[in-house]
Write a protein that binds this ligand. Structure first.
Ligand SMILES: *[C@@H]1O[C@H](CO)[C@@H](O)[C@H](O)[C@H]1NC(C)=O
Ligand SMILES: *[C@@H]1O[C@H](CO)[C@@H](O)[C@H](O)[C@H]1NC(C)=O
Ligand SMILES: *[C@@H]1O[C@H](CO)[C@@H](O)[C@H](O)[C@H]1NC(C)=O
Ligand SMILES: *[C@@H]1O[C@H](CO)[C@@H](O)[C@H](O)[C@H]1NC(C)=O
Ligand SMILES: *[C@@H]1O[C@H](CO)[C@@H](O)[C@H](O)[C@H]1NC(C)=O
Ligand SMILES: *[C@@H]1O[C@H](CO)[C@@H](O)[C@H](O)[C@H]1NC(C)=O
Ligand SMILES: *[C@@H]1O[C@H](CO)[C@@H](O)[C@H](O)[C@H]1NC(C)=O
Ligand SMILES: *[C@@H]1O[C@H](CO)[C@@H](O)[C@H](O)[C@H]1NC(C)=O
Length: 418
């Protein structure tokens, strides 16, 4: 910024002054351009069913006034928001001619065919949501010489997309923050290119696909990743140490895969809120240091091969809402965990484990009261709504007249086998 005294000395030519005076006189256009109008009408042409759109999208009117269209003050189209309009047909590549389009939302329609490259790689679009349609084919590979694209949010979930994720395409998506590709039929590996090319990449949602291979160590380049979701795929191998370096992670959801091994390093992820590793082949114990995960709300490790005692440190995870350890080989005394501070706990599922032998038989066989007391440690968890502990405590009798103190208890699978 130049000091004012210097500016004063710069001579202003006469025509320069004239230009300055003219600027306020340039009024904004009062209608969208014919070219933008025609691009939108091409899109309409591609639809076989457009619900009521034809009534509003009339060629003799300003397209900025059409249903679902928003323009900037200079009458260029910035938003096309047509979610849940019963639109049927294909998505016209002509929409790519709208050079100021920022947001395109065609979610929950009946659109089929491919996602035009012209939109996917548009030079203005920052939010693209085509979720819940019937789009097919793969995502195109863009030449790596393509200039950086502004796309930040891509939601292509719940379609019929197939094939592998293109790698060079992510290289040019330098502004990507969210990739939501869940519920398709993508194959190949979890893509890690966005971790390197997009410094703000935060959400990777890939559940319900056919991805295979390991959890790639390259994910550790995702320095601000908050959510990693790839459940219901065909992933295998152990959780790599590199995963435990992504300290920004808040949600790890990898249920229903073929993951194996232990995962002690997980306790480094002190921002974790959700850890869902259920329905895998994991083994090992819950590490003592689990108590470090102070923000943890959901711990799902059901249907694995985990064993060992529940560490008493679990009582330090005071934000826990759900603990599902159903169908493992955990053993030892449940009483080791002091539930007194887990006041948010709503669901505790301990079904089908081996807690049996280690709860002293004397305590149970002597009276209901003892069992009741053991369970009444839980009664300070006022909001507890679900408790499953059956088929653990073999040879023991459980209280027949309900469990006192659980005001909100809705379901209790407290069958015992004697
Ligand atoms: C508009 O888009 C179509 C399809 O991508 C393209 O063939 C055409 O040349 C574009 N027209 C203009 C005027 O940019
Ligand atoms: C698209 O529109 C639907 C329906 O209004 C909305 O739920 C969804 O969040 C929108 N998508 C984005 C990315 O904003
Ligand atoms: C699609 O995903 C984006 C980002 O995750 C989200 O904002 C949007 O709401 C989703 N759309 C729908 C229809 O749920
Ligand atoms: C992904 O999109 C689906 C809609 O298909 C939405 O329900 C879900 O919340 C989105 N996931 C994320 C992480 O934004
Ligand atoms: C997956 O997509 C189908 C078809 O759009 C939809 O009916 C189903 O609810 C989706 N499933 C999930 C888990 O989002
Ligand atoms: C799952 O991955 C394994 C290799 O780990 C492979 O043999 C199998 O064919 C895959 N299954 C599917 C349905 O992709
Ligand atoms: C709970 O955390 C406190 C403070 O970090 C620590 O001193 C204590 O040993 C922990 N309790 C258990 C049971 O690990
Ligand atoms: C429960 O919380 C209180 C207050 O923070 C603390 O003094 C006490 O040691 C905690 N009890 C357990 C078993 O962690």
């Amino acid at each position: 910024m130049q000091p004012l005294s210097h500016r004063k000395r710069i001579p202003i030519p006469f025509y320069g002054l004239a230009l300055v005076l003219l600027i306020p006189l340039v009024s904004p256009a009062n209608s969208c351009t014919e070219q933008e109008k025609s691009s939108l009408l091409q899109f309409l042409d591609g639809l076989s069913r457009d619900s009521s759109l034809t009534e509003s999208w009339r060629s003799d009117t300003d397209c900025c006034t059409w249903e679902g269209i928003t323009c900037s003050p200079d009458r260029t189209v910035t938003d096309i928001l047509l979610a849940s309009r019963g639109l049927e047909g294909s998505i016209s590549p002509f929409l790519g001619n709208l050079t100021s389009l920022l947001r395109l939302n065609l979610s929950r329609n009946l659109l089929f065919g491919g996602l035009p490259l012209e939109l996917f790689s548009a030079s203005s679009i920052i939010v693209l949501d085509v979720s819940f349609n019937r789009l097919t084919g793969g995502l195109s590979e863009l030449p790596s010489s393509t200039p950086a694209r502004p796309l930040q949010v891509l939601n292509i979930s719940s379609n019929l997309f197939t094939g592998r994720f293109p790698s060079t395409t992510w290289e040019v998506m330098k502004n990507l923050v969210v990739l939501n590709a869940s519920n398709n039929s993508f194959t190949g590996q979890i893509p890690t290119t966005p971790c390197v090319s997009a410094p703000s990449f935060a959400v990777l949602e890939l559940s319900f696909n056919q991805l295979s291979g390991n959890i790639p160590p390259g994910l550790s380049n995702c320095f601000v990743l908050k959510l990693l979701s790839a459940g219901y795929n065909n992933l295998s191998g152990t959780l790599p140490d590199e995963l435990f370096k992504i300290t920004s992670l808040e949600h790890i959801l990898l249920p229903s895969n073929w993951l194996e091994g232990a995962f002690h390093g997980i306790v480094k992820l002190t921002n974790l809120v959700t850890l869902d590793l259920g329905k895998n082949e994991l083994s090992g114990e819950i590490p003592d240091s689990i108590g470090e995960l102070k923000r943890l709300q959901e711990l799902n490790l059901d249907h694995n091969n985990m064993y060992g005692e529940l560490p008493s440190a679990l009582s330090n995870c005071t934000n826990l809402v759900t603990v599902d350890l159903h169908a493992n080989k955990f053993s030892g005394e449940l009483a080791k965990v002091n539930f007194v501070n887990l006041s948010n706990l709503k669901k505790l599922d301990l079904l089908s484990n081996d807690f049996t032998g280690t709860i002293p038989e004397s305590i149970y066989s002597c009276s209901k009261l003892t069992a009741l007391r053991t369970l009444q440690i839980l009664s300070d968890s006022r909001s507890l709504t679900t408790l499953f502990i059956g088929s653990n405590f073999l040879h023991e009798t459980m209280p027949e007249d309900g469990i006192d103190g659980f005001e909100n208890l809705q379901q209790s699978a407290d069958r015992t086998y004697t």
